[in-house]
Design a protein around this ligand. Structure first.
Ligand code: SF4
Length: 312
């Protein structure tokens, strides 16, 4: 059985094993971040829509759970773009929580939190993970390249308003990029903004998977330590802790369903295939190499595989 909206569980250093729900079509976002691991945004929009029928997503979710997937710590709503663009996200969260006894997390860029209705829709979730990488309109445009209707001030106001009233946990994320936001002055300005937001944790992320722009790179170690000191955040490193999983029987299709949202390096694919007792690993790699929808990128000395086009 193949699944359209569900994937994983995939390993996450923050969430353990995360079962992904994607209610957003590929690369549909109101940002086009220079570090995005999905590539550049091809459908730039700030218009919320029911991109996929809610009942179809929920039916697939139930079928996925019935197929025996139970080893996961979080259900994570994380589109192939920005999940808050899904206009029925509140109902989606409520229905998932009514069906499984697991916490629901939403990974978002946070831009739509300036809308009261969106903030209310997130009330049923247990954890929201918004991003803040910039400290003013100029750095916002350089790093996140937002939709033209989004201003930095309204974005920050939305994060602050949301953080004041949300009853669940908020884990902020900060993507640190060499030469863009890794110097002391930038970090101190970002810290001033973080001080206005109430959150439970702050993660410092690094662009460890192939980014949308190939000039994006990881800051030096001393800069990362400086960021930890100034921001007081937790820094994530490259290695994932747990294994990938897919309920799709066919090994190749299972890998394709994961790399659609989450690029995998050669070692991750190998251990995924080992775990499934795959006896023709070389053949799978050959098929990946030949598939014109699969891009192989060299990054940090590893071959990383990601899907480049819509393959449903
Ligand atoms: S990183 Fe997230 S917010 Fe940025 S372009 Fe990619 S999907 Fe959109």
């Amino acid at each position: 059985m193949s699944f359209r909206y569900l994937y994983g569980p995939v390993p996450s250093r923050r969430l353990g094993r995360s079962l992904g729900v994607s209610p957003i079509p590929p690369k549909t976002c109101n940002f086009s971040c220079v570090y995005c691991q999905l590539g550049r945004t091809t459908n730039m929009t700030n218009q919320r829509q029911e991109f996929f029928n809610l009942q179809d997503i929920l039916e697939e979710f139930k079928a996925y759970i019935k197929s025996g997937v139970s080893q996961f710590d979080f259900v994570t709503i994380v589109g192939e773009g920005e999940p808050l663009l899904y206009s029925r996200i509140g109902e989606l969260i409520k229905s998932i929580k009514a069906y499984v006894d697991k916490p629901v997390a939403v990974i978002t860029n946070g831009a739509l939190l300036c809308e009261e209705k969106v903030r209310e829709e997130l009330n049923e979730s247990d954890l929201v993970m918004p991003t803040l990488d910039a400290y003013d309109q100029i750095t916002f445009k350089k790093i996140n390249r937002p939709h033209k209707s989004i201003s930095f001030d309204s974005y920050v106001d939305g994060l602050i308003s949301f953080s004041k009233n949300f009853k669940g946990k908020i884990w902020m994320e900060f993507m640190m990029i060499k030469g863009l936001n890794d110097d002391e002055e930038s970090l101190r300005k970002i810290k001033e903004i973080f001080n206005r937001i109430s959150y439970d944790r702050l993660y410092i992320n690094l662009p460890m998977r192939p980014p949308a722009e190939d000039w994006v790179t990881v800051p030096e170690k001393e800069k990362i330590e400086l960021a930890q000191n100034i921001l007081g955040g937790i820094s994530l490193d490259f290695l994932e802790e747990e294994d990938f999983y897919s309920s799709i029987e066919d090994d190749l299709e299972a890998i394709l369903s994961i790399i659609k949202r989450h690029p995998m390096n050669q070692h991750e694919i190998e251990s995924f295939l080992d775990q499934r007792k795959c006896e023709n690993k070389n053949e799978i790699f050959e098929k990946l190499e030949k598939d014109e929808n699969v891009e192989k990128v060299q990054y940090f000395g590893l071959n990383v595989y990601r899907l480049t086009s819509v393959r449903r």
